[in-house]
Ligand binder design. Sequence first.
Ligand code: SAH
Ligand code: SF4
Length: 383
Amino acid sequence: MGVTLDLSRAAPRAAGPVNIAGLTRDELKAAVIEAGVAAPDKARMRASQIWRWVHHYGVTDFDKMSDVAKDARAKMAEAFTIARPEVVERQVSKDGTRKWLIRFAPGIEAETVYIPDVGRAGALCVSSQVGCTLNCSFCHTGTQKLVRNLTAAEIVAQVQVARDDLGEWPSPKEDRRLSNIVFMGMGEPLYNLDNVANAIDIISDNEGIALSRRRITVSTSGVVPQLTALGERTAAMLAISLHATNDPLRDELVPLNKKYPIEELMAAIKAYPGLSNARRVTFEYVMLKGVNDSPADARALVKLLKGVPAKINLIPFNPWPGTKYECSDWSTIEAFAAVINKAGYASPIRTPRGRDILAACGQLKSESEKIRASALRAMASVD
Ligand code: SAH
Ligand code: SF4
């Protein structure tokens, strides 16, 4: 049997039953009416019941929905699914870092990583696309051809899989192990904003997974026209992959800069809804030897960020086969950090976690290992 890979950016229309874990409350309500599971006047209540079972209790079987009548459960099982995608591989590091390789469809795989002791309790790094259409010259994902947007259900599924494994159903009110989410896995979240925003609505809903939007960070390479929409639709925390402070260098490192140069990017960041000293933007800055890592670069960074409520996250470059870049020396990173510390910024440089499990990866994994390892570092400033 041949396998057809969807090379378009759009998320596919679901083949087979709709996974209701990816439906917003309104969509779920409409779906139960359409499937004949509830009359329009009862749909809100029915949708609320289902919602709690799926997002608060994490059930994967309609028959567990004990307060839903049997015939309604049977109808739901015909029209919808609440099954998890296949976890192809699971690894747990000595330090508690966990990663899952998840297969959403044939050839559509992404890794999700949980790192304890990041943020309030532990952070989950999720992917928004398989591959990426942007070609940042230091990023391995950018060299990967296959790109498909993940659906809202596939994004939510990454959180569900992690919570299955962490034993966090029903949603604990306190002492959660999964307290933060960062969109720092594969892909450019702002090229998949609808699905990312719907997924954030779902995972932040109080009667479900109930993660505060302030504990959800979206990282972007700088898709300027979507920044305001991101803030307005999600109220998520913003992280910007800056990496350079002048246009010629940023054009080279983050080619999207040619379209949206630094001045436009900074103006859009300053206008980000909800930005304040309590809700700072994280600027990610990858340390590339001899490219962007001099004390003068550090001073230029401080100057550029003047007046912006910011955190700076220095990411040691993670090399990959065929790359022309090298990671800055540790002493250079420290000297860089000293300049920005002096200007009043905390600049955490976190030692990568979960090295023991990242090391033992196969082919696809070795591709995404680069992303994962960088994501681990990128998360250093999440709180
Ligand atoms: N596409 C989004 C989010 C995913 S990338 C973005 O670019 O922001 C997550 C972070 O890892 C980004 O800051 C990215 O620039 C950084 N990154 C990518 N490849 C890296 C590498 N090889 N070494 C270190 N950081 C890297
Ligand atoms: Fe895409 Fe982000 Fe990698 Fe750039 S750094 S190629 S935007 S995933």
